[in-house]
Design a protein around this ligand. Sequence first.
Ligand code: GDP
Length: 457
Amino acid sequence: MSRFQKFKHQTRDAIHRGFDRHIRLAVTGLSGAGKTALITGILEQLLYANETQQLPYFKVKQQQRLNGCRLHTSSNWQVSRFDYEGAINCLTGDTPKWPQSTRDVSEIRVEVKYQPRSGLAGRVLDTRRLTLDLIDYPGEWLLDLPLLQLNYDEWSQQQQRLLNAELRHKLASEWLEKVNSMAIEASEDSAEQQLRELAADYRAFLRQCRSRKLLLLQPGRMVLPGELEGAPVLEFFPWPLSRPVPDVWAKRLQEKYRYYQQHVITPFYQKYFKYFNRQVVLVDVLQALQNGEDHFAELQLAINELMKSFSYGNNSLLKRLFSPVIDKVALVATKADSIAPQDHQKLTNLLRLMTQKQRQELQFDQIPHQVFSVAGIATSQIKKLSDGTTVLDGINEQREFVRVGAPEMPDAIPTGADWRRGYVYPQFYPGFTVQDSPLPHIRLDQLLEYVLGDKLK
Ligand code: GDP
């Protein structure tokens, strides 16, 4: 090897190390928002990037600088691996179905090999690598952040106000009666057993709330416990009555609540959240429109609550806990394949309106953010009929072919008369085979360009 070649190799290695990049891209959203489908879709597009024409806005690919992407072993051995293969098996199996939704935190690593565009690296280097960790976690867990600022009594008062609302009150009525009658007989000997039983019933109440589409549910781990299923840390509940908590219960409930704050909420932020560089927040706007006014309002509240974890003005709780490093947020309306392409902009606008307040906070904190509407896995085909109407073709749960007219999409937050008329969106099922990889998507290339493009120059 000539001296010049040797020098070139050495310089290349040094620049490689200097330029190699690592990014932790987290995806969240309330259950059913589409996290599993979106991460599977992103992996499909990346792993098959060089065999598809589906990524016109992903510049590294369009500029023919992408050598390829491959899955890599994650260095985080404490977190389950995102089950990409399992998801693909579901979507393309003999009876294709949607994969299992997110229940816990999981992650997967992809190595992206590409050629730099210009500059010193462009001249000396042939390739660079970006290590991309995709992390999937339930948005419900972020709803717990405000609990860190409340003591047990303050939290209980807040929950009592929520319990006064009609639907919640109705769903909680049996539990409330049980708390009341057990409280009368509360004794030191039976306290542990009684609290365990009431906590289990409180969890059942939260699950009922969830099935009735209520979203502002705390504590988040009681809805999606992850590895805490069955753990004693979940054996507490907010005090729901106006009379005081029996003394023999008070200390135990307060202790469990504090333990939950210190050993569940705080560690989640310090062990995982602290290391996220970029965040994608998914919102199922269409489902909320279909569920009606109350659910839509609840979703709007929940999303704004959840997004508080991403704005950290100087005084924020998170800033006091650690230095957050999230430097970009993408807000994404999912399942865009359920409406006509000409309505996608309306869907984006609607999410923009729903998140206006928290976006202003992001703006104030100078955290770049953008709103998208996408489909992680697109299951419909759009057709324009000879009479000019647009229809969506897809498959239903019984695996029958269905054709529906393009559903109505509001361009502003609906008002009284709109809600009375209501909205209905088709729920398509996957009908793919293994040969269909990379599975179709809508606008994932724009999302990828936004969250990764600047790291692939
Ligand atoms: P998660 O709970 O956030 O992980 O949500 P999933 O990814 O499991 O999605 C929940 C359900 O929403 C799926 O079972 C599908 O029925 C539907 N869904 C998710 N993504 C899409 C999509 O891109 N298009 C369509 N049409 N449906 C989707």
